[in-house]
Design a protein around this ligand. Structure first.
Ligand SMILES: [Zn+2]
Length: 291
């Protein structure tokens, strides 16, 4: 009888340890843009009509896989990939690592490149990201809208898309631990976030770029993600302090006039609009309506 009791207790311990192990695995959110993918230098490379688009979407998928492999090696058990470029239908589902789930297309919601993000994640990774509008020696630099926007700032901090998206992650207390893309973007991410692991897969030379070989990029991304995740405690969520003041500078007057019709938006300069709120998600909702 005693022996049976001991066996039963042992069984309970083994089962509970197994369950707690699967619970303790890391949950990772990966947002993937395309302008900062290795080899990409021209809008044709990232547009459906471009001759090399089919090639570069493969490179995009493989670079995402490298990040997934690094995350798995560091103990990730759940990985959500958000396709964040153009149509949001670029990553090739069949080629993507089967340990991940893919968010495709736009829902129409304000979360945009961070759609699917919530407080259940342990870390955020950006792959294929590019520098903000107006950056020197950057590839396909822009901020959300290449046609309309000159600059986006919150509380006077000028932000690339990586900064805007990191604030959304920060709202949910989740740090951005790793960024890959072009060198200018990696520098902008370091200045904004402080501690963040980066891999620059290319360096802008005006409109041209000096690129790593795609295989070398993948190896650096895999290793970089793994090391960053194994040192997760070193990274802090990116936050600014409330109240938040969003300011958007535009490239043409027609768009300023049109966007100024949104409720709560005020004109703070000739071609500049502002929106103020204590709630960061309100700021993000307003931004989604005025760009
Ligand atoms: Zn893009």
């Amino acid at each position: 009888m005693k022996k049976q009791l001991v066996t039963l207790l042992m069984l309970i311990i083994i089962v509970s340890v197994a369950f707690s192990q699967s619970d303790s695995g890391l949950k990772i959110f990966i947002s993937v843009d395309m302008e900062g993918i290795t080899g990409v230098v021209n809008w044709e490379d990232v547009s459906r009509e471009g001759k090399d688009y089919e090639y570069f979407r493969q490179i995009m998928t493989k670079e995402t896989n490298a990040a997934i492999e690094g995350a798995l090696e560091a103990g990730a058990t759940e990985i959500i990939v958000r396709d964040s470029h153009g149509s949001a239908r670029n990553i090739l589902p069949e080629m993507l690592h089967k340990s991940s789930k893919l968010i495709r297309d736009w829902s129409g919601g304000f979360m945009s490149m961070m759609e699917g993000m919530d407080k259940s994640f342990d870390a955020v990774i950006f792959i294929g990201y590019h520098a903000k509008a107006g950056t020197q020696n950057a590839i396909l630099e822009h901020t959300m809208s290449s046609r309309n926007i000159l600059d986006v700032s919150i509380n006077n901090v000028s932000l690339p898309e990586a900064g805007i998206n990191a604030l959304i992650a920060g709202y949910y207390d989740v740090p951005v631990i790793f960024v890959s893309g072009e060198k200018a973007l990696c520098n902008q991410a370091k200045i904004l976030f402080g501690e963040v692991a980066t891999v620059a897969v290319k360096e802008g030379l005006g409109n041209a770029a000096l690129n790593l070989h795609p295989e070398v990029s993948r190896e650096k991304i895999r290793k970089g993600v793994k090391t960053a995740l194994l040192n997760l405690n070193e990274y802090k969520p990116y936050k600014l302090t409330s109240p938040y003041i969003l300011a958007v500078k535009y490239k043409n007057e027609e768009i300023v006039n049109e966007m100024s019709l949104q409720p709560g938006v005020t004109r703070t300069g000739n071609w500049e609009l502002s929106y103020k709120s204590d709630d960061l998600l309100d700021i993000m909702k307003a931004f989604s309506l005025i760009h």
